[in-house]
Design a protein around this ligand. Structure first.
Ligand code: HEM
Ligand code: FPP
Length: 286
């Protein structure tokens, strides 16, 4: 077993970007740099909840993971022999996550972190994923909770800025995932999961991806007209990232080959990273 595969069952790389969502919301709180120590319990609690939800997702999806090339490696680790062990580990992780958040942060933040866990494992994985093409649109709310948790960890409240960041991730998710799913459509046909490209075809999915990206880009322009605590670096970086994302998803309308789809998918992560990290500069007065 390779280390990357072991880390893969906890979806560590996804958790890193989830944590960056939380850090951006945290640093956008005025005066956040005076209380940076609270980043530690926020990131430990949020990461443990993300790892736990990813583990529960992989335990529940054992049957379909074994039928998809991208995920079949997981069945070497999570199988009938080890299932109970991983259930115990995942349960311990979410319990520890809640304890840390309750002790060092506040109840609202615990609720937001638990909301991310529940919306990913129960709402998306158990209820929606195998039933509807809207699975990742509704399930995408999972990625919004880290933004709400990041702001509330310092304030015990919600703000227009944390709601803006939360909804930004929500709108970003379909462009992110549908490009991946379209590049892996055979996998999802094998697994009999009703992802958009399985039900509507890749060509139609590229139109949905581009349309969603146009809506996402329009949404990122709101801070040009409505004040948010996002700092000055947000504006040029959002515009540059928007142009690149529109280009990469727009060209899918012309060529929806696998490399183009994978390029759009990988850029979706860079896109969100650039916009989120641009907000960090607000903490140092930019
Ligand atoms: C319901 C919502 C989402 C779905 C269905 C989804 C789906 C996926 C899938 C299937 C992968 C490939 C994973 C692999 O092959 O190991 C992936 C990768 C990734 N996702 Fe998402 N995702 C969602 C939300 C998010 C959110 C909210 C974030 C962070 C804010 C995120 C960040 C990432 C990153 C960074 C990767 C790349 C990891 C790598 O390079 O392997 N995803 N996503
Ligand atoms: C605050 C908190 C805990 C938030 C959790 C948010 C979170 C972990 C979102 C990730 C969503 C995700 C990667 C879905 C992919 O599942 P999939 O089953 O479609 O992917 P797979 O086929 O690779 O298993």
């Amino acid at each position: 077993m390779k280390a990357r595969e072991f880390l893969g069952i906890f979806k560590v790389e996804i958790t890193v970007l989830i944590d960056i969502v939380a850090v951006s919301a945290f640093l956008s709180v005025p005066g956040s740099t005076l209380r940076l120590a609270l980043l530690a319990p926020l990131l430990v609690s949020g990461s443990l909840a993300s790892f736990s939800s990813a583990l529960f997702n992989n335990i529940y999806d054992q049957d379909i993971d074994g039928r998809m090339k991208r995920t079949e490696y997981r069945t070497k680790l999570i199988n009938w022999k080890t299932r109970n062990l991983y259930i115990a580990v995942a349960t311990l992780m979410i319990a520890l996550s809640m304890a840390i958040s309750q002790i060092y942060l506040n109840t609202l933040t615990s609720l937001f972190i638990f909301g991310g866990f529940l919306s990913y494992f129960v709402l998306y994985t158990v209820i929606l994923k195998r039933r509807t093409i809207w699975n990742i649109v509704i399930g995408g709310i999972a990625g919004s909770f880290p933004a709400l948790a990041g702001w509330s960890s310092l304030t015990g409240s919600v703000s227009s800025t944390s709601l803006f960041l939360a909804f930004l991730v929500f709108l970003w998710t379909p462009s992110h995932f549908w490009s991946l799913a379209s590049s892996r459509v055979e996998d999802y046909i094998q697994a009999d999961v009703p992802m958009l490209p399985v039900v509507k075809g890749v060509k139609a999915s590229t139109r949905w991806i581009f349309t969603n990206t146009v809506v996402l880009v329009a949404y990122t322009l709101i801070p040009f007209f409505v004040h948010m605590d996002l700092g000055r670096a947000y504006f040029p970086i959002a515009i540059a990232s928007d142009v690149a994302f529109l280009y990469l998803t727009g060209r899918l309308l012309v060529s929806s080959d696998t490399p183009s789809l994978k390029r759009a998918f990988h850029f979706s992560n860079l896109y969100l990273l650039l916009i989120l990290v641009s907000v960090w500069l607000v903490a140092v007065g930019w």
